[in-house]
Design a protein around this ligand. Structure first.
Ligand SMILES: Cc1ncc(COP(=O)(O)O)c(C=O)c1O
Length: 386
């Protein structure tokens, strides 16, 4: 079996599994980390140690790390902090790109009732956001902008965005910048301070930690307004008893990432080799974002005329699990909004499948996927579906 949907959710990594087995075998600490007795302080120490590790791996200060349930919560928290009092602050617009995850786009749109317009930044055909449009919108709207939210890497295409440049422009115009690093952290090196972003978010399940645990990084945590009020946990930024075991796994998984940094380059070369071999066999195949910087282990490939879903099912019958971007309505697979924003035609858009592996995936997986895709394309190519 080959699991190739890491961008959807990565398997729990071996170091985290070992950690959890040992952790659960031990007699605690299981006390509430907010309890004042000795056992509570033991749990707290474990969790704070995890915060310290996460801050070091992510290039942030210890107090800039806020544990939460994941990226969607982090994104909602930042939008709430920047836009909840939009009317009092005279905020009239927010900028997001057209390739953002729905957690970002829908959060932006939710503030329409507070008079905040969602401005969708155009994307170039390369899959990279239009920086010159951003620059002129920042200049035009200035202080009326409540937030700019742009991702570091796209979940479908793996295309890496010029987020440091975005931060520079936002800082120049004094507009807060949320960098959605959900697909970036744990796949490549990210340094929060160097990025220049005001906020960054991630989910543990994308890099081998437990699902339901995540991180919000905030340059100035006092700029946050709590989304969940509760009993003042996480220094008042996020109420509710912390998911301390989940938070501990974030640190274990990030350390595991650091330990395996040398694998990124090998994975990247093998992926490029795989893509080259595939396009040599099938010249009509399109690799989305081929000319753009991409994550080491994401390939988004289309054979125009063969439905992505048919390819996905065919691969699944060979025990290989990939995904497509196609949302279906009335059995009419459609081109994803990300691909539409990049100007990809329906002919190409309907044929895509996403192959996403992880840092520790064996390189030979690419050879097996190549064989399986070859079989699938040869078979399905005879009865082209659209
Ligand atoms: C770029 C990006 N942002 C945000 C999210 C939301 O993450 P979660 O569902 O873990 O909250 C995802 C999930 O796929 C993502 O890929």
């Amino acid at each position: 079996m080959i699991y190739a949907d890491y961008n959807g959710s990565a398997p729990i990594c071996d170091d985290v599994k070992d950690y959890l087995i040992e952790r659960l075998k031990k007699d605690g600490p299981y006390a509430n980390p907010n309890a004042i007795h000795y056992l509570g302080s033991k749990t707290l120490m474990g969790m704070e140690n995890a915060r310290s590790i996460c801050s070091k791996v992510l290039g942030a200060d210890y107090n800039q790390v806020i544990f939460n349930s994941g990226a969607t919560e982090g994104i909602s928290h930042v939008f709430h902090s920047c836009l909840d009092n939009a009317q009092e602050l005279g905020i009239k617009a927010v900028i997001v790109s057209g390739i953002e995850h729905s957690a970002v786009i829908n959060s932006a749109k939710a503030y329409a009732n507070k008079g905040v317009e969602t401005k969708i930044l155009p994307t170039l055909n390369t899959g990279i956001i239009d920086l010159s449009a951003l620059e002129s919108w920042l200049a035009d709207y200035g202080k009326e902008l409540g937030l700019v939210a742009i991702m570091a890497a796209n979940n479908e295409t793996g295309i890496i965005q010029p987020y440091e440049k975005v931060a520079e422009l936002c800082n120049k115009h004094d507009v807060p910048f949320l960098c959605d690093t959900t697909q970036y952290i744990g796949k490549t090196i990210f340094n929060f301070k160097k990025s220049g972003a005001d906020y960054a978010v991630t989910s543990g399940h994308k890099f081998g930690a437990l699902t339901g645990a995540g991180i919000l990084l905030a340059k100035d945590p006092t700029s946050l307004r709590p989304l969940i009020i509760g009993g003042g946990q996480e220094k008042g930024h996020r109420g509710g008893t912390q998911n301390y075991i989940g938070n501990e796994t974030l640190a274990v998984a990030l350390k595991n990432f650091e330990k395996n940094l040398d694998k990124i380059e090998a994975l990247n070369s093998k992926r490029l080799e795989f893509e080259a071999a595939l396009t040599e066999k099938f010249p009509e195949v399109v690799i989305i974002g081929k000319e753009s910087p991409r994550l080491a282990s994401t390939t988004y490939v289309s054979f125009p005329g063969i439905h992505g879903q048919a390819v996905q099912i065919e691969l699944e019958s060979q025990d290989i699990f990939v995904t497509t971007s196609s949302a279906c309505s009335d059995n009419e697979p459609v081109t994803s909004k990300v691909l539409k924003a990049m100007g990809v035609t329906d002919e190409v858009g309907r044929g895509v499948v996403r192959i996403s592996l992880g840092l520790c995936s064996p390189l030979e997986y690419y050879d097996e996927i190549l064989d399986a895709l070859t079989k699938a394309y040869e078979k399905l190519g005879k009865i082209k579906s659209y």
